[in-house]
Design a protein around this ligand. Structure first.
Ligand code: SF4
Length: 250
């Protein structure tokens, strides 16, 4: 009997040790029945949209422009740069280079100097000149109106395409996912993805299509004015009761 008891105790010890050594299973993020982030319940999404509308009924693109071509150029220049800085540069830029033809046949070194304050000016000069040439040669001097075509322009990806199609033409092609939309969509638990393309797809699933354009503007405004990357002003946020982000400061 004493031998049996000893064996049992040893077995218990081994099991306890094994349990301690075994890695804990990774905690699964909460998702709904079809695998979307838990925060995408239609009532919650509708409440978020209503709050955004209440706070920013007139939200719009803050890049100043007089036509779709200028908006395209300004959006290319806005990569890694503030809209305020781009608007400052744009003020003289569009007087010197009034249309696609002027940009297409610019002297690259001169254009680089104009664009320099926006950063990454060599690449941006190449993109702006390349896009201008393509618009002249393939699209009769007009910025194309479909995502498929606009994506063929040098330096233009989905974000720029969505800005131009949505703001300049009122065409609902997708949702602009810039740094603010990316950060806020995660904080508001509308997506669990990191890659902007996947985030856009997630948002397109849960935001009604007729709201896509305005939703992008409103989220960008909220990110610039209240839900800052470092210190979100949660006490001033009208979405506070709907937000359970770990970044909350209240
Ligand atoms: S409560 Fe805070 S973290 Fe949440 S959306 Fe508002 S500002 Fe952002």
């Amino acid at each position: 009997m004493a031998g049996k008891a000893k064996k049992k105790t040893a077995a218990k010890k081994r099991t306890a040790l094994a349990k301690r050594k075994a890695p804990k299973p990774a905690r699964k993020a909460k998702t709904d029945k079809i695998g979307r982030a838990a925060g995408t319940d239609s009532k919650r999404v509708a409440a978020i949209l209503a709050k955004l509308e209440e706070a920013y009924p007139d939200a719009t693109c803050e890049l100043r422009h007089e036509n779709p071509f200028q908006l395209l150029v300004s959006t290319i220049l806005s990569a890694q740069c503030t809209d305020v800085r781009v608007n400052q540069v744009a003020e003289t830029l569009y007087k010197k280079y009034p249309d696609a033809k002027a940009f297409a046949y610019a002297t690259p070194s001169e254009l680089e100097m104009e664009i320099r304050p926006t950063g990454f000016f060599r690449n941006k000069t190449k993109s702006v000149m390349g896009a201008s040439k393509a618009i002249l040669e393939r699209f009769g001097g007009e910025v194309p109106r479909t995502m498929e075509e606009i994506l063929t322009l040098p330096g233009v990806a989905r974000k720029t395409g969505n800005v131009v199609l949505g703001t300049a033409y009122g065409i609902t092609s997708g949702i602009v996912v810039d740094t603010h939309v990316l950060r806020l969509s995660k904080r508001l638990d509308l997506t669990r993805n990191e890659d902007p393309k996947k985030v856009e797809q997630d948002l397109m699933q849960v935001i009604p299509r007729e709201k896509w354009i305005q939703f992008s503007h409103q989220l960008i405004w909220h990110g610039r004015r209240v839900c800052h990357a470092r210190k979100p002003k949660c006490t001033e946020c009208n979405l506070e009761s709907l937000c359970y982000s770990k970044d909350k400061t209240v």
